[in-house]
Design a binder for this molecule. Structure first.
Ligand code: AKB
Length: 316
């Protein structure tokens, strides 16, 4: 049985992925690592929890040794909008933190999953059907750290044989933990506001298309890639994965089918708009489909129905 450490386990993806990993691999085999945000009681009681600051290599090594970890899902990271506001913090966490995790993985022979992002692309990348292997010249600090992270992971695989794998996540939509400081967060906020106030002011403009994915598919991507036959993987870091692409108008129209009174207006934030415009409209994820059988389950209509059902109960 795998012995797994999840860094950033209290974040948007970590809080749900950790619980699913515990269901699959057993609670005691999945150590949740968190740093600044403390977990809920339910999360804390569901299995081992440790303070893990990825910028402290000794602390990471101590937990890996203590639990005899063989697989690290390294989710601790600063997202795009916060990275633009605090580039030094983003560099420290996203690059130095990743380097520390890879070094510990090399010494302790761990496999490592590291999420990259659509943010690893930039304004000179082909916008539509963005290929797996293409130009990556991002103009944001987040993008710089994501491209460097992909390269670092591939380097550790080729040079030291560390089993590194990763996906380029699009915007992730979920209803358990809010995302913290990304450019795609609007696609989560819009559901909360539609249910609470029947209106939403969007910070990205109409016509801004981005790849998106519902959380169950994001979790499936991480687990399936880590379980994939290594002999079949031509790529490592990182695979394009997507489930849908829409702009604010399209998601608002879908929400209106369930909440007819819902209205949306715009107050465009120039920083996040510029970031969004530098990212693909939609990626080609053929390599992930061919190399490890990636196939998302949720499109916009199913996701919207589920989000509204779940949040209507949660926000009552
Ligand atoms: C962000 O918006 O920063 C993230 C991402 C797409 O990487 N959700």
């Amino acid at each position: 049985m795998k012995k797994i450490l999840v860094t950033g386990s209290v974040g948007q993806i970590g809080s749900e992925l950790t619980m699913d990993l515990r269901r699959i691999y057993g609670s005691d085999n999945v150590v949740a690592g968190g740093n600044r945000t403390m977990p809920s009681d339910e999360f804390r009681d569901s299995g081992p929890f440790e303070i893990v600051d990825c910028t402290d290599i000794k602390g990471v090594a101590k937990i890996v040794k203590k639990y005899k970890i063989d697989t690290v899902l390294h989710l601790a990271a600063i997202l795009s909008a916060v990275a633009e506001a605090k580039p030094n913090v983003a560099w420290n966490v996203n690059i130095n933190g990743l380097y520390n995790v890879l070094e510990v993985a090399r010494e302790s022979k761990c496999a490592v999953f590291v999420p990259s992002s659509i943010g690893a692309f930039g304004p000179t990348t082909p916008l539509n059907d963005t290929p797996q292997d293409t130009i990556q010249r991002p103009n944001t600090m987040y993008g710089v750290t994501k491209v460097a992270g992909e390269l670092l992971c591939d380097y550790y695989y080729k040079r030291f044989g560390v089993d590194t794998r990763g996906v380029r996540y699009p915007g992730i939509i979920s209803n358990v933990t809010l995302p913290g400081g990304g450019t795609t967060d609007y696609a989560v906020e819009i559901y909360y506001e539609a249910i609470k106030n029947k209106k939403y002011t969007c910070y990205l403009g109409a016509g801004t298309f981005l790849d998106m994915m519902y959380m169950p598919d994001a979790i499936k991507a991480a687990i399936d890639l880590m379980e994939a036959d290594p002999g079949k993987l031509k790529h490592r870091n990182a695979f394009n994965v997507t489930a849908m692409s829409f702009d604010p108008e399209i998601i608002a129209a879908e929400i209106k089918k369930h909440i007819p009174q819902f209205t949306m207006d715009y107050k465009v934030d120039p920083v996040r708009q510029a970031i969004a415009e530098s990212w693909p409209n939609n990626m080609d994820d053929t390599a992930a489909r061919q190399e490890w059988g990636w196939k998302p389950e949720f499109k916009l209509p199913e996701m919207t129905k589920d989000m509204i059902d779940v949040l209507s109960k949660k926000l009552k």
